[in-house]
Design a protein around this ligand. Sequence first.
Ligand code: AR6
Length: 188
Amino acid sequence: MTDRSAKPVMRHGVRFECVQGDIARQTDMDAVVNAANAQLTTGGGVAGALHRAAGPGLADECAAMAPIRPGEAVISGAHQLPNRHVIQCLGPVYGADQPEADLLASCYDNAIDLTEAHSLHSIAFPALSTGAFGYPMEAAARVAFTTLLARTSSLRSVGHVRLVLFDKADLELHTRVLNDISAEDASA
Ligand code: AR6
């Protein structure tokens, strides 16, 4: 369920939006992104919510693609989730996997590449690495939106990108960062 959202930003015909909600309940999105572990097994936070909702078939399908390294992404079916695909991204552990900003940016880039490769229209991300992996929220939001906005002019199938934030403070922070970065871009 999505209970709160902010005004979207349009860039080259691509809609960017931040919503408060649960990544496992994004019924209108083609792909949802998991904040995975290297083995692609279930965990807490985002991974727990997605694996619970998807059922055991998700972990079974992903086992053959594991392990993945920080910055990498792989795609699978969505099983019992209300989406077409799940994209598993391994974000960097803050302070351990270096260079962490580049690795986090690679997650967003690789997820967009997979979405395009499968001709999908919409993708919903959680705030990768900002929970158990300890990445400071504002720095992570800047990496996310800088990376995603830089892709817009070359996208063919992706027209809708959503960041799903768990709580109100994270929604407000992401909305502010998205607006700041898109304004900086527009005036450059
Ligand atoms: N929907 C949207 N956002 C959520 C949800 C949800 N259902 N649950 C938590 N968040 P995390 P990471 C927020 O820890 O830091 C896992 O156990 C949360 O508040 O899920 O990349 C894996 O197995 C935070 O802001 O991902 C890995 O080992 C953000 O989502 C490891 O933790 C990411 O939190 C991955 O850690």
